[in-house]
Write a protein of this length. Structure first.
Length: 319
């Protein structure tokens, strides 16, 4: 497969500009439509977002995106609604998910894109992970109560429209005045160094990649900047994951700098990986990451979808 050209990056164009002024929906629509952009990393109320799958797809159509992928954390529950709404809006909707995985002591996320409507092996594994997450939620709530926070699991569940996770516990803490905002809730209680933290059951990276590939998904390394690696160390890691079956790398992302994006594009070329990108939209939980444009002028080129489709066709997989 030939390399993809990204002239706006090669010529020094920024992936996004961190301007304080947000684009309005009409301006975003004009920008996204003129640039032909897609968003392959989004979250809905099926996991920890605040926008329903249907609302998310309608927003994607309204803002002028050519395609959107729903990639909720460890669940496929929103995909049917998103696909149905995509047909109503005449917008390409790609079914996906985001998995938390472990590589020894390292924690990272991978995206599975182009999932079939009913992937049985993945659904069974995700159901087991959700059961473990339910136990984790109970442990966190009990720790909070032991710290003097008047909170119940029922109150947390009432705030969630889909799977219950730490963001919903954070919302309950804010509502009760135990935390001023999400950052404080995680720093003080829910994060890895928080007083009520409980570890999460996650899949080994090799098992997760194999599981997604068995379902015919395209597997992409999500937001690689969070690995806090560059140069030789990052190349060695990406090369090892490529040997496990990794198909792509998320080069375009809300918080990637232009230099990081160029490095990730170079790694994609070096290891013959496809390129993906997205905003990591969560709605009100993460307001700085707006659908399609991230912090302002993120644009994931629609041509990436063509390359992904060609690669999948060459592997005998549906696009």
């Amino acid at each position: 497969m030939g390399a993809i050209s990204f002239p706006h990056i090669a010529q020094g164009g920024a992936l996004h500009k961190r301007t304080p002024r947000a684009l309005s929906i009409p301006r975003e629509k004009k920008y996204l439509a003129s640039m032909r952009c897609i968003d392959l990393h989004t979250h809905s109320t099926a996991s920890d977002g605040t926008t329903s799958p249907a609302e998310l797809v309608r927003l994607a159509a309204k803002t002028g995106l050519c395609a959107v992928a729903l990639t909720d954390h460890d669940t496929l529950d929103g995909l049917e609604e998103a696909r149905r709404t995509g047909k109503e809006c005449d917008l390409t909707v790609i079914g996906g998910c985001e998995l938390s995985v472990a590589d020894g002591a390292r924690r990272l996320h991978i995206l599975g894109l182009f999932l079939p409507e009913r992937p049985p092996g993945l659904e069974a594994k995700l159901a087991a992970l959700r059961r473990a997450r339910d136990v984790r939620n109970e442990i966190i709530v009990e720790k909070l109560r032991a710290l003097g926070v008047d909170i119940s699991l029922a109150e947390v569940e009432a705030l969630a429209q889909g799977a219950v996770g730490r963001p919903h516990i954070a919302r309950a803490l804010i509502a009760k005045g135990a935390a001023a905002n999400f950052r404080e809730a995680f720093d003080k209680y829910l994060g890895a160094r928080g007083r009520a933290y409980a570890p999460k059951d996650i899949l080994p990276v090799d098992e997760a990649i194999a599981l997604l590939r068995e379902e015919g998904a395209t597997v992409s390394l999500a937001h690689p900047y969070l690995l806090q690696l560059s140069g030789v160390a990052l190349a060695e890691l990406v090369g090892r994951y490529a040997a496990m079956g990794l198909d792509a790398i998320e080069a375009y992302y809300t918080d990637h700098t232009p230099s990081q994006t160029r490095e990730y594009l170079a790694l994609a070329k070096r290891f013959d990986l496809a390129v993906t990108g997205g905003s990591d939209y969560h709605g009100d939980v993460k307001p700085e990451a707006r659908l399609g444009v991230g912090r302002g002028k993120l644009c994931v080129p629609a041509g990436l979808l063509d390359d992904l489709s060609r690669r999948r066709a060459a592997a005998g997989l549906p696009a």
